[in-house]
Design a protein around this ligand. Sequence first.
Ligand code: CA
Length: 429
Amino acid sequence: MPLKTNHPEKKTWLPVPVNSDFPIQNIPFGVFLTRDDIITIGSRIGDYAIDLGALHQLGYFKDIPLTDDIFLQDTLNDFISDGKKTWRLVRNRISEIFDITNNVLKNNDDHKSIVLFTMDEIEMQLPVQIGDYTDFYSSKEHATNVGKMFRDPENALLPNWLHIPVGYHGRSSSIVPSGTAVRRPMGQTLPTGADQPIFGPSKLVDFELEMAFITTDANVLGEPIPVDEAENYIFGMVLFNDWSARDIQKWEYVPLGPFLAKNFASSISPWIVTLDALEPFRVGSPVQTPKPLPYLQQTGKKGFDINLEVSIKPEGGKATTVTKSNFKYMYWTMAQQLAHHTINGCKVNSGDMMGSGTISGPTPDTYGSMLELTWRGEKPLTLEDGSTRKFIEDYDTVAITGYCQKDNVRIGFGEVSTKLLPVFQPKKK
Ligand code: CA
């Protein structure tokens, strides 16, 4: 089935601001609360949110096999379960409805008043009920930097790293959408030089610049997904800030890996951009030496050229861009991650989320965490207001943006923007 939605010349009758992340070629999916306090599944073109539940009730999706209530839900899980063929039919139809040559909805003011919302009339929600969340560690530059800092600069990568997309199982209960503030965590740390741990607020709260992909039901228990089929089970991608407490992490991570340093909060952008929308932005991924084992050997271009940026904004101040990276730097691809995840027969469900791991590029201005940007705090960054940062301070807002650009088409993700609040203070009795 051709991807009719991607044509770079395609235009819509809705106004789309210059450099919008959401031209008619994007057509992402999300969940929002309307001005009437109704939760619906929607899409977005320019600065308009489109109520897909209302469009379906008005008959705009007739002849596409969808249940009546598929969009009248508070998560995308069931729609994602319908599979790639249905996602494409629906995206193609939305693209037709809003095409500049199609007057049916354009000339129906009653329908438009039901279907369209401006962005300030809605509140974005978590787009999926995330069943399981897995976080990988797939940027060679990031793994090398961390290895140099905490282990042996001469042998920065652990022996397994070039053979396995290393990952761990995270916690879905603390994943929140953009705009939800998160709290600095309390925890145990071992101060430098001390031989006993102390308890208190984390002093080294960090962001991790990541992306994540959302899966559909992929397999039955016991059956792996082949690497060259894996992308068929990926619905789309979001921006992902995997908040981390470096001091808690350093003390707790031996021998079972990340735990409380990672599961206090993880933030995602609310619009899921489909792999179909990202198709024109495929690029080759880094050459893998040594060659991976056969079950991880992929063909074709499995990387994606997605420009990523992180800014820090102090309370009441201006945002300062602190890094610019790109998803194309990922050593292990999403296809390899999903193939590896299921090679033992592990079942993957609709709405599962897989984080890429921190996405660092080759140069210091492309690193994906404060840990690397300030090299453990040894080289603080200076923000535009003159203040310095080793890590993230209370009331700072960290925002990640991301977009692809080619042939005058820009497909973006919007942003994931999160304020860090001070530690929780119990009310005095
Ligand atoms: Ca992470």
